[in-house]
Design a protein around this ligand. Structure first.
Ligand SMILES: [Zn+2]
Length: 152
């Protein structure tokens, strides 16, 4: 199912972990409108970066979310969040640095540069956090810091 011109439901629900564990990662039908809003936000990010985006994790069923853990993961179970990379644009740090001043324009509720366990990615959500101070963050194995702090 196509959610937006460049993003499909399959892409926003794909999970190697779910496949490996035999978990069903199909979202409830009532989450589809949220996933469409998420895909529309990803379209705006794609247009801004002017390169294709890879979604490394989108919707996560509660079971899958438990299996992968993660501090910012609840938005994934609600269909509000995606972890992305844009290799043709640059590193996760490059993408987060580019997007940080544009969160309001692009309708990004929360932007997080994450560098955990030797991997790096950019978490974006359509869902505004209750504390707007947490809107743009960098999270590493050492904890969370406000703003985007480039990762090496
Ligand atoms: Zn995430």
């Amino acid at each position: 199912m196509q959610l937006s011109p460049h993003f499909t439901l399959a892409e926003l629900t794909a999970s190697n972990k779910a496949r490996a564990l035999g978990l069903d990662n199909t979202p409830a039908p009532e989450l589809l409108p949220r996933l469409i809003l998420l895909a529309e936000m990803l379209e705006r990010i794609r247009s801004t970066l002017n390169v294709p985006i890879t979604v490394t994790s989108g919707y996560r069923s509660p079971q899958l979310n438990r299996a992968v853990g993660g501090v910012t993961s609840s938005d994934h179970t609600q269909g509000h969040a995606a972890d992305i990379l844009a290799p043709r644009y640059g590193t996760a740090s490059d993408v987060a640095t580019m997007l940080a001043p544009l969160v309001s324009v692009l309708g990004i509720g929360q932007l997080i540069l994450e560098g955990i366990g030797g991997k790096q990615w950019v978490h974006v959500s359509t869902h505004a956090p209750e504390k707007s101070i947490n809107r743009v963050l960098t999270i590493t194995d050492r904890g969370a810091q406000p703003g985007i702090v480039r990762l090496s």
